[in-house]
Design a protein around this ligand. Structure first.
Ligand SMILES: [Zn+2]
Length: 367
């Protein structure tokens, strides 16, 4: 697939936004310096083992540090490498990149490197659950809730969103748990295989990407069929009654979301032979309903968690699904969004930064 590792305009906006929200972090070290263990990896919200490509990148970075005697330093936006070590690593990773044959290998290497750097740079600095600096940890305020067992969220996340303080996709597993809202990192083979294996178990009729409709016939939550116990997007597809319906949320900036969508669509086409992966978008009706319920919404409904809440509100509108208490689940997500906004605002005030941009918090634009 076509893939650009360089930033597009949307990403640049996101970087600006993040740099305003992020700590200066200058001179942040790589913590205790060793390799990332499986346990450390899983404490960041993963149920899978540490991906081999990420482990390899980290091993290379540590080897370089030992060989050069130059200490790794991270700082600023997204835990980027700094100083002399950065210059050396830049040359090295560009050389590796050149040796890779196809765009898929390049993408996988790009993702692994992003994630490896973020893991080392965030070590001992961010809370492993809420991804905020430990002094601003919001975990004690988050109220957990059970997601209806007939559905599951997949956060298909761009590596540049991984361990971002103002990412909102992470809220979903803080609220619903890592089994009900599972993270799948873009370009990480093991993660993507886990997700597609789950899709195969549930069947093609139980998959929907929450994305503005690309298909010939636009679909919304109303088009999902309910057979008395489970949802399906297509009654003609063979689906398992026992497996949950998979809602895929694209967790990245607007321009990165297009790449996330393309990659899903490509694999879907290979597996199913169909051109279009099933998509649904939120209806405008819900926007007005939400507006009534929340006259002064602090968050734009286009961020990933707000989109999930919107989906849950739409499910709540269907009389036959009333017993599943979607209202409670939607409110739990919105509540966590408010808590995150408060935590980020408190941090900005403490660091003496302007808070006027909070209403323009438009990262992760999706719908
Ligand atoms: Zn925390």
């Amino acid at each position: 697939m076509a893939f650009s590792a360089e930033s597009a305009s949307g990403e640049e906006r996101a970087e600006t936004e993040e740099s305003l929200l992020a700590t200066t972090g200058a001179g942040r070290g790589a913590g205790n310096g060793g390799e990332v263990s499986h346990e450390e990896w899983q404490r960041w919200g993963m149920s899978s083992p540490l991906p081999s490509s990420v482990a390899a990148v980290i091993r290379e970075l540590l080897k370089m540090e030992a060989a050069t005697g130059e200490k790794m330093r991270f700082g600023g936006v997204g835990s980027k490498l700094k100083g002399d070590f950065k210059d050396m690593e830049d040359k090295k990773h560009r050389a590796v990149y050149e040796t890779l044959r196809d765009s898929d290998q390049k993408l996988q290497y790009f993702s692994a490197r992003q994630i490896g750097c973020r893991l080392l740079g965030s070590r001992g600095y961010l809370c492993q659950k809420c991804w905020l600096p430990t002094e601003d940890c919001m975990c004690a305020n988050v109220v957990t809730c059970n997601l209806w067992r007939g559905m599951k969220f997949w956060l298909y996340m761009h590596p540049k969103d991984f361990l971002r303080q103002n990412n909102t996709g992470k809220l979903l597993w803080q609220v619903f748990g890592i089994q009900a809202a599972q993270l799948c990192l873009f370009g990480i083979q093991e993660h993507e295989d886990i997700m597609w294996d789950a899709f195969q178990r549930s069947g093609n009729g139980k998959i929907s990407v929450l994305y503005p409709n690309k298909s010939a016939i636009p679909k919304s939550v109303k088009d999902l069929k309910f057979n008395g116990s489970s949802l399906t997007s297509d009654v003609h597809e063979v689906s398992s009654q026992d497996e949950p319906f998979n809602f895929i949320l694209l967790d990245g900036t607007w321009s990165n979301s297009a790449a996330l969508y393309r990659r899903l669509k490509e694999r879907w086409t290979v597996i199913s032979g169909d051109e279009d992966i099933p998509c649904i978008s939120l209806s405008t009706l819900t926007a007005s309903v939400m507006h009534k319920l929340r006259p002064q919404p602090a968050w734009d409904r286009t961020c990933t968690a707000a989109a999930a809440a919107g989906l849950l509100w739409e499910l709540n509108l269907r009389p036959e699904l009333r017993t599943y208490e979607f209202e409670k689940q939607a409110e739990a997500v919105e509540c966590s969004l408010d808590i995150l906004l408060d935590a980020l605002t408190t941090r900005r005030v403490r660091l003496g930064r302007s808070i006027t941009r909070k209403q323009r918090h438009n990262r992760n634009c999706l719908l």
